[in-house]
Design a binder for this molecule. Structure first.
Ligand code: F0G
Length: 458
């Protein structure tokens, strides 16, 4: 008999979680105005709201944490992290920040001006937010296959070179400060970008004198997919692949809360000293002095270890196979999810899942609420609530895909938990025809409404 696949780690410290019952959950979600962000975490059995800052640190990270240097300036922890950034990504210049959006805020303050255009592959919300906040335009150049959940493509995160060149040709010279390559592409389903695409984007961009920025939150998961799917790299180590990937980047921003496997942190990496000097001023204003930038010394130490650990093949294989394990169970049951299965999350196509709920009644949110009631699982709507209203007309913007995202934290849950998630969703799927009504908004904020929106049942 072939030995089954098992996790490449064992558990040393645990946290108890409460298995509630349906009656309790129905009361709690009502109290939370049917917004899962409003739920106390103690009311959640399996929390799939995000894979950001929710991972488990290793014993080596905890050990590094104990040796953190909390000096205001010149801390050894800063130099440990600086060394890791140079070793892994090859950047000579680096700034720590307290999380990913802070890295965006600092760097974009130096580079993005009013009426600029920033092309990219499905910019993450905060990235887009920091572009639009500066009255610049984020133009999506993701390949079309990404918007068809059934279309099988090994690198659904890729940029479409024709779309990108069209933006370059039609934008006034000097108005494109950089192009963003998000690895993996979170919004299209944790889908990877190929090295070939990175090379092509770099070459095209440099022909137009436009630098390339990697939004690097899940860089190691992206490298894992490259090893499996891009022939040239099948015999390369993950670290070698990462080094190759970053040859084609001029800058990086990173939320370290994902593939840094820490609970808080972010960073900027740069090749250009001039940009580093400009960004340093904003780092000092918004984040902290350049040798801590909003992070504790202990956190920088843990991150320096996490960045190396995340590239271990056995870790990555365990990680991505767990997401696949869940995804395959759902596919077997006929549940419509984004294919191929991505690196950090399962994205359920809510419109196909609940065909009888009208789109005006927030289909993915309805599914998220049902899954919580059914099994105490907290996912997140990536649909109409998140897409918000058109700033001019104030009408709802209906996105191309209406999704429920189930993000799997790193090294946290076992495959028994995955079985519970699958069973919960399958139970709802079996009753799907009976769902005909969703929710309506009672109260909402002017922007980023999904975090605080209050809903009621129709
Ligand atoms: N870029 C990407 C691709 C992200 O996924 C995120 C965060 C950020 C930037 C911002 O980083 O949260 O550290 O400020 N994504 C989280 C998520 C929130 O749930 O996908 P941050």
């Amino acid at each position: 008999m072939n030995l089954p696949f098992a996790e490449a780690y064992k558990i040393k410290s645990v946290e108890a979680i409460y298995r509630s019952n349906r009656e309790e959950r129905e009361a709690w979600i009502k109290e939370a105005n049917f917004n899962l962000f409003n739920l106390k975490s103690k009311y959640v059995f399996i929390d799939l709201l995000t894979d950001s800052g929710t991972g488990s640190m290793s014993q080596n990270q905890w050990a590094a944490l104990m040796q953190g240097d909390e000096s205001y300036a010149g801390a050894s922890s800063y130099y440990n992290l600086k060394e890791a950034v140079k070793d892994i990504f090859g950047f000579d210049y680096f700034l720590p920040t307290h999380q990913g959006r802070a890295a965006e805020n600092v760097l974009f303050s130096a580079l993005v001006k009013e009426n600029d255009v920033v092309p990219g592959n499905s910019h993450f919300d905060t990235t887009k937010g920091h572009i639009e906040f500066r009255k610049a335009i984020a133009t999506d150049c993701t390949i079309n296959e990404a918007f068809d959940t059934e279309a099988e493509h090994p690198f659904k995160g890729n940029l479409d070179l024709n779309k990108l060149e069209e933006v370059y040709k039609t934008t006034e010279k000097g108005k494109i400060p950089f192009t963003v390559v998000t690895i993996t592409n979170n919004s299209s389903g944790g889908q990877p970008v190929s090295v070939q695409n990175m090379r092509d984007v770099y070459e095209l961009s440099h022909n137009y004198d436009i630098p390339v920025l990697y939004d690097s939150a899940r860089f190691a998961e992206n490298a894992y997919f490259i090893k499996l799917r891009e022939k040239e790299f099948e015999n390369h180590s993950i670290k070698e692949i990462v080094a190759e990937m970053y040859k084609y980047a001029d800058m990086m921003t990173m939320s370290s809360k994902k593939d840094g496997i820490v609970n808080m942190g972010g960073l900027i990496g740069l090749k250009n000293e001039e940009v580093f000097k400009q960004a340093s001023v904003f780092n000092i204003m918004f984040e902290g002095f350049i040798t801590y930038g909003g992070m504790s010394g202990r956190d920088m130490n843990a991150l320096a270890v996490g960045l190396q650990e995340v590239m271990e093949f056995d870790y990555l294989e365990t990680r991505v196979k767990q997401v696949e394990y869940l995804g395959n169970k759902l596919i077997e049951a006929g549940i419509p999810i984004q294919k191929p299965i991505g690196g950090h999350a399962i994205f359920v196509n809510a419109v196909k899942f609940l065909p009888n709920v009208p789109k005006e009644q927030y289909i993915a949110q309805t599914l998220a609420i049902e899954l919580y009631k059914e099994a105490g699982i907290r996912g997140v709507e990536i649909g109409t609530l998140l897409a918000d209203r058109d700033p001019e007309t104030r009408e709802n913007r209906y996105p191309k895909l209406e999704l429920l995202r189930l993000a799997i934290p790193r090294r946290v849950y076992t495959n028994n938990h995955m079985d519970v998630i699958a069973a919960g969703l399958i139970n709802i799927f079996e009753r799907r025809e009976s769902y005909t009504k969703g929710y309506e908004i009672v109260e909402e904020a002017h922007i980023l409404r999904h975090f605080t929106v209050k809903l009621k049942e129709i």
